[in-house]
Ligand binder design. Structure first.
Ligand code: BDR
Ligand code: CA
Length: 363
């Protein structure tokens, strides 16, 4: 009290009320602006690609995310075409401040398989975007990843939505990005636990570089697998397309045209809508409560005749212990295996699709 008097405070109860009010205002402001201040730093590794375009624009239009770099991997299209597409999209979004870097030119041990059949001849639904005002970053994609991760320890989330070649190369070049959680987490679109979309077993991103995928899954970092289960449940139907068509603007119009292409394509296969694969990984980075996860140990099959590229998920996280007794093995017990992935098993599809539409509409 004496000190308060000394600094000129005479009405003590009133002073306390004012301080309490001020504190309340600070707490409320922090709560309201918290998500903006704490934007998650991400690196998007992509093979653009129609649904890659949706993922990219969702990320750029979401204040929860701070896109620190875009690295390009060959997959849906060649490395050169993917780079051109990424640059044109970043330019359309007026975000030349984001480094866009080329990465690997081909998968680690196999020939590239491109998917113009699904994504249009230019990979972007045959939509011709204006030439890019943005310039390519001269650094090699995996090197850029390593550099940015070291510059912000425990802050960068990697969001790969293509084959995992660049991410595997980053780990191989500098394994120190993994231990001590230097990379905060990896949220990848790829894999499935209920059969593939390339064939009976494999999902496309994993199938296009199974060895790289195995490196990424076994690296030992916090990893979330957003597989086919999520995109297949979140179908972009004409209803969402109509909502998107109610607003205009460069990004809105571009994404409207891409999604129209995808909805029309899905209709030719008798589907009600187009699966939202790549945006689902970005959505999980924005709001993890959109999905339900189960911890599992996941390995990538690299040798099977019918199963190369399959993500083999151990739902029980245990294996029988078989011990050789003479001419046969005998099961002597069960050994635990440590989960290495949070596998997304369900999604609040409408909430995700509404989030996507509203963000693209700039809301
Ligand atoms: C994945 O394969 C690619 O064609 C898509 O862009 C997506 O990343 C889905 O299996
Ligand atoms: Ca992709």
């Amino acid at each position: 009290m004496t000190i308060l008097r000394l600094v000129g405070v005479s009405d003590y109860p009133r002073f306390i009320r004012s301080v309490s009010c001020l504190l309340l205002v600070i707490v409320l402001l922090t709560a309201l602006t918290g998500p903006v201040l704490a934007a998650k730093k991400i690196i998007l590794d992509t093979d653009p690609g129609t649904d890659d375009a949706l993922a990219l624009m969702l990320a750029l239009n979401s204040q929860e995310l701070d896109v620190r770099a875009i690295t390009v991997v060959p997959g849906n299209v060649t490395a050169a075409m993917g780079l051109e597409n990424a640059l044109r999209m970043v330019s359309l979004a007026n975000r030349c401040d984001i480094p866009v870097a080329a990465g690997a030119q081909h998968p680690l041990f196999q020939k590239l398989i491109t998917a113009e059949f699904w994504h249009g001849k230019n990979g972007l639904a045959n939509i011709e975007l204006p030439p890019s005002k943005c310039k390519v970053d001269g650094r090699f994609g995996p090197d850029l990843i390593v550099q940015l991760v070291h510059a912000s320890p425990d802050e960068i989330t990697l969001v790969p939505v293509g084959p995992l070649t660049n991410i595997a190369l980053a780990v191989e070049k500098d394994p120190s990005i993994v231990p001590l959680v230097l990379v905060k987490e990896v949220i990848l679109m790829g894999g499935s636990i209920n059969g593939g979309n390339v064939n009976a077993a494999a999902e496309a991103n994993i199938y296009n570089d199974p060895e790289a995928a195995q490196i990424v899954f076994q690296a030992g970092w916090p990893l979330t697998m957003v597989g086919l289960e999520i995109g297949d449940k979140a179908l972009f139907t004409p209803k969402y397309l109509d909502e998107l068509g109610q607003t205009r603007g460069p990004i809105n119009d571009f994404i409207y045209s891409v999604t129209k292409f995808l909805v029309d394509l899905s209709a030719t296969f008798g589907a009600a809508g187009s699966p939202m694969y790549d945006p689902s990984a970005v959505a999980v980075a924005i709001d993890a409560t959109l999905v339900k996860v189960k911890e599992m140990h996941v390995d990538v099959e690299t040798r099977g005749e019918f199963t190369r590229g399959e993500t083999v998920a151990n739902r029980r996280n245990e294996v029988e212990r078989n011990v050789l007794h003479g001419d046969r093995y005998v099961i002597e017990g069960v050994d635990k295996v440590k989960p290495n992935a949070k596998v997304c098993v369900d999604v609040d599809a409408d909430r995700f699709l509404q989030l996507f539409v509203s963000r693209i509409r700039g809301k």
